[in-house]
Design a protein around this ligand. Sequence first.
Ligand code: NAI
Ligand code: MG
Length: 354
Amino acid sequence: MNKHVVLLPGDGIGKEVMESARLVLEAVAERNGHHFTFEEKLIGGAAIDEMGDPLPRETVEAAEKADAVLLGAVGGPSWDHLPGSGRPEQGLLGIRKQLGLFANLRPVKGFRQLLHASPLKKEVVEGSDLLIVRELTGGLYFGEPQERSEDGEGVVDTLSYSRKEIERIVEQGFESARKRRKQLTSVDKANVLESSRMWREIVEEKRADYPDVKVDHMLVDAAAMKLVTDPTYFDVVVTENMFGDILSDEASVLTGSLGLLPSASLREDGTGLYEPVHGSAPDIAGEDKANPLAMILSAAMMLKHSFHMEKEAEHVEKAVQEVLDAGYHTADLSVVNGTELGCTDLTRKVIEQI
Ligand code: NAI
Ligand code: MG
């Protein structure tokens, strides 16, 4: 199959882990007789430096035409002085919005040899395998108004959703649950927020279409607690934008490292943008220390969700598992016994397995 992939490395370790993903995809293509073409574009701080805009138009145009988009990470201390609207993060928020990427899927699975890398007790995290489905283009991050009052003494953010926006993310939650262990937990704050009460009603309406999926509702504060006290309770969690942002970072401690967590952001036609959950890690950027596995696993999600290459995606996941089984890891997982490698050498190990 021929596929065209736009690469947005971004800033810091984004550039390093993107190179790993590209090499892995080339190995996958070679092994399976596919042909992938890659086109690199600017986003975030790199785009500000070269073009004065965190999201240049040509980046959006190239992404629109691609079969899928891979993104590294954006941001870093060199751009921290910039005002809100001109910051690297606007590149990320902007491309999600402009491509209509409404569903963010974040799988969290404890790799067994990393169980003791989690700060949580082994007995608690063992067997956890969950998927957070986060709404990505609505809610507090986009609602208007979002402003200071003229006298500077007040401020407002707005949490707004349309029925359609809630329906499509709830459907994504049900569809994901159907492909997994068929248990959907809808997380809201229905005791306080009107938007959450509507969310709950819509989940109740939709459950009739998915009789095979078991559904429960949980308040976000209770869910935050249960994620670290009883994580194996969860299969698929569906929730609004900000709750999902916070819960998915919380869930990342189950695996022991941010450097292992991939994500997919999908639009209604099934194309998507794939990126690691971590940021640009300025503290280790340029030192060949970054863990490339989150980015590589994001590329595997791209193979599965956008290209329907299930077998190829499994090859990549299996290669990652085998490399970890053999004891190879980057510095962020130094609690694991075995051999510490840099980003480049760990990537090479994954490619050897493929
Ligand atoms: P971060 O995720 O970049 O780093 C947090 C800690 O985890 C650091 O100690 C870092 O070295 C480590 N880490 C992260 N990814 C790693 C990897 N693949 N391998 C090894 N270690 C890894 O988050 P932080 O420090 O809060 O933010 C740094 C910059 O990244 C900021 O400018 C922030 O705005 C941006 N950021 C961007 C995101 C994105 O592009 N999606 C997401 C989160 C933060
Ligand atoms: Mg976040």
